[in-house]
Design a protein around this ligand. Structure first.
Ligand code: SAM
Ligand code: SF4
Length: 491
């Protein structure tokens, strides 16, 4: 198979593709219908669940058909240019719906709303409300005003808001796995990244509300929670202060500090039958304390998403990642020492950052060979207005070169994923069944602790079961297993 050739035919657009999710149909007898389309990261999908909850309280059921909706929200992403272009294209597709139903309210939420603010109203005439990620409590007011013909914008960024008291309405749920937001915002200033500007300062959510949400999910039959944040290892909460920068300044004065290792332990103790995952870990923040906590609890999954972005120390410095190649490799050695070879590690990679040379790109490939990632999300650099990189550096790598480097990274990752999957052959592993496999309803899909998809025959187990399997075959993306035992004792 000529991988490079195959991958080289990926268009620039496809390589930066944007997935979206929509709301499902829910009919609890409310008078109005809400349709949300969510783009971008898992945090955004999780925010849509908060938005649905707020709107539900105000008389809206969700729908999967935008033509049935009274309100359409696009919860948007700004991380790459392609993400914003996709949303603009989608807005133009809603023009007909608005023409047929002039009372329809259309709102742009999330990062693009925060970045463009009221400019969006003049640029995209069909938009009625523009609401940033910290202003969702104001949505019912803004929608009510829009129904009266007023356009509304709220892009206030809060220093404290965590929506801790709002019980999310689970959208697109398989009933087995769920996401719990544990913090908001980001205080890092990676030079390529728009997130600190669109999602504000870092705040941590009350751990007691996180544990209560995990317990509630467990009681409802869920068997896995993923704790979400831009930088979960930086989680830091005290009863007196939840804003990270302020808390760091007055740490002596507060009564108690809960860090990420403590939080992980609190959630792991909800039940040995509740799996715990987390994402994303920043290499500068992941501590041995977290790794030891992971080791201590069988139900904390042995998988770490540890984005490196580049394997070259000069590029990492330009990116303002605050670690270098050696620091990163030291963290990987700590993971291997404490959690062993079987711990899954994945990454994010950016190809063709400003001034990146061929040799520096080769260092990304060589680092991938050393770490042997199970999986990576791979992108080419997309300059974002207002970021440090946009202000300081020229976006000087030609698109063709970015694409070629990205193709080489993707080819390397495909090789490594296959290599890592082959290491699992013959192993006995515990998987949690999430539902029917995509390709056949004669098969079930589960995940092992390292977050790899494992396919088994459908006849012996069902969704929500833990199954002990023996891995019998694999492809670069998937493992195949034979059932040894269904719901073994896990206490
Ligand atoms: N907080 C996470 C971290 O630091 O690892 C990442 C959050 S960001 C939503 C997800 C990924 O998008 C980043 O890790 C990076 O690889 C990619 N990304 C961010 N800005 C980008 C840009 N301007 N161009 C290309 N990729 C970008
Ligand atoms: Fe963006 Fe860096 Fe924050 Fe991740 S850690 S969200 S890449 S600024």
């Amino acid at each position: 198979m000529d991988l490079i050739k195959d991958i080289d035919i990926i268009s620039a657009e496809e390589a930066q593709a944007c997935d979206y999710k929509t709301t499902a149909d829910e009919n609890t007898g409310k008078s109005k219908k809400l349709y949300i389309e969510s783009y971008g990261c898992q945090m955004n999908f999780s925010d849509s669940e908060i938005v649905a909850s707020i709107m539900k309280e105000n008389g809206y059921d969700t729908t999967s058909d935008f033509e049935q909706a009274d309100v359409i929200f696009l919860n948007t992403c700004s991380i790459r240019e392609k993400a914003e272009l996709t949303v603009r294209k989608r807005l133009s597709q809603f023009q007909n719906a608005k023409r047929n139903k002039p009372e329809l309210t259309i709102g742009v939420l999330g990062c693009m709303a925060e970045r463009l603010k009221e400019n969006l109203l003049s640029e995209e005439k069909i938009v009625d409300v523009v609401v940033g990620p910290d202003a969702y409590r104001d949505l019912p007011n803004l929608v009510a005003a829009a129904e009266e013909g007023e356009k509304g914008v709220n892009t206030f960024l809060s220093r404290e808001e965590t929506y801790a008291d709002i019980a999310p309405v689970r959208l697109n749920s398989n009933g087995v796995t769920a996401f719990i937001s544990i913090m908001r915002g980001c205080d890092n200033m990676c030079s390529f990244c728009v997130v600190p500007f669109t999602r504000g300062r870092e705040r941590s959510r009350d751990p007691h509300s996180i544990v209560a949400e995990a317990k509630d999910l467990f009681e409802k039959g869920y068997r896995e929670v993923t704790l979400l944040g831009q930088n979960v290892d930086s989680y830091k909460w005290s009863p007196e202060e939840n804003n990270k920068a302020r808390l760091n300044k007055k740490e002596e004065e507060v009564s108690e500090v809960v860090n990420f290792a403590h939080l992980l332990e609190m959630v792991a103790q909800v039940s040995p039958l509740l799996r715990v995952r987390f994402s994303t870990s920043h290499p500068k923040d992941i501590t041995d304390e977290v790794l030891h906590t992971m080791k201590k609890y069988d139900n904390i999954c042995k998988y770490i998403h540890l984005p490196v972005q580049s394997g070259n120390s000069r590029v990492l410095e330009l990116m303002n990642r605050t670690y270098d190649r050696e620091w990163y490799l030291d963290r990987v050695r700590a993971i291997r020492k404490i959690l062993g070879e079987e711990c899954g590690i994945s990454s994010d990679m950016i190809a063709g950052f400003c001034t990146e040379t061929e040799e520096e790109h080769q260092e990304t490939l060589s680092l991938m060979d050393i770490v042997k990632y199970d999986f990576s999300y791979m992108f080419f650099y997309s300059e974002r207005p207002g970021t440090l990189a946009a202000k300081k550096f020229e976006d000087d790598i030609p698109l063709e070169t970015k694409k070629r480097r990205l193709a080489e990274i993707i080819a390397k990752q495909t090789e490594l994923s296959y290599e890592r999957n082959k290491m699992d052959l013959g192993q006995e592993q515990l998987i949690l069944i999430e539902g029917t496999a995509k390709k056949s309803d004669q098969q079930l899909k589960g995940r092992n602790s390292a977050n790899k998809v494992v396919i088994i025959p459908a006849d012996l187990a069902k969704k929500g079961d833990y199954v002990k399997v023996k891995i019998t075959d694999c492809s670069p993306a998937t493992l195949f297993g034979e059932v040894l035992e269904v719901n073994p004792v896990l206490a």
